[in-house]
Ligand binder design. Structure first.
Ligand SMILES: C[S@@+](CC[C@H](N)C(=O)[O-])C[C@H]1O[C@@H](n2cnc3c(N)ncnc32)[C@H](O)[C@@H]1O
Length: 213
């Protein structure tokens, strides 16, 4: 997702450095100091406009959440939403590339990774950009606690099938798979923007939970 360039975005981001952290590498290995507690940290890579990560933060005050997004023009929408919700103390944003997560998180800093409606990159030559490619799985393993989990939702069947194979080839354990999440919607499911959009069109939502051994 890339929205039209917003010339005011940079200034707006700079005005809210309490939410969108600058120089996140300085917190590597010491995220408890950012949140003022030792609660587990869950990250969403590719957080988009932030509906999911904000909903999760409000629903689970004893978990700290970090939404990670590549683009200024998108992350400012998440920032606006978070400001409207009075900036929950357990939520931060990082405007960084998920490919560089090891610059910001040490092994064990993160307890869970969420991937929601990740860009599918359908062309084979772009496979390395998929957030469930083995290269990304290795990055998640290097920042997660032992036996840390990835929770993944998508409307894209091709990406889902690819991800099942990629995670299996990496040696991960699948703990949960649904080919139609909304047919049996868990009570605590927090919908993402894309989930609302695609499920309204009648498309099934695929979901899995997997774990490093
Ligand atoms: C299709 S959107 C989904 C947004 C949201 N998760 C949802 O479900 O509504 C994917 C988002 O991931 C972001 N993204 C893609 N690759 C990324 C990366 N390597 N690091 C950080 N964000 C990334 C894109 O900019 C985009 O906003």
């Amino acid at each position: 997702m890339r929205l039209r360039n917003k010339p005011w975005a940079e200034e707006f981001i700079n005005e809210h450095q309490d939410v969108i952290l600058q120089n996140p590498e300085q917190h590597k290995g010491n995220w408890a100091a950012v949140f003022g507690n030792n609660h587990p940290i869950h990250i969403e890579v590719g957080t988009g406009k932030g509906q999911f990560v904000l909903g999760m933060a409000l629903q689970n005050p004893d978990i700290n959440y970090i939404g990670i997004e590549l683009y200024d023009s998108v992350i400012v929408c998440a920032l606006e939403r978070i400001i409207e919700a009075d900036k929950p103390a357990n939520l931060r944003l990082l405007k960084v590339n998920g490919a560089n997560l090891q610059d910001y998180f040490a092994k064990g800093d993160v307890s869970q990774v969420y991937l929601n409606f990740s860009d599918p990159w359908p062309k084979i030559r772009h496979a390395k950009r998929r957030l469930t490619h083995e290269g990304f799985l290795a990055i998640y393993e290097n920042i997660l606690i032992d036996q840390g989990e990835i929770h993944f939702k998508t409307d894209n069947r091709g990406l889902f099938e690819y991800s099942l194979v990629s995670m299996n080839a990496y040696g991960m354990v699948l703990n949960y798979v649904s080919l139609d999440l909304h047919a049996n919607m868990p009570e605590d499911n927090v919908m993402t923007e894309y989930e609302e959009k695609f499920s309204a069109k009648g498309q099934p939502i695929y979901r899995l939970e997997c774990q490093f051994k």
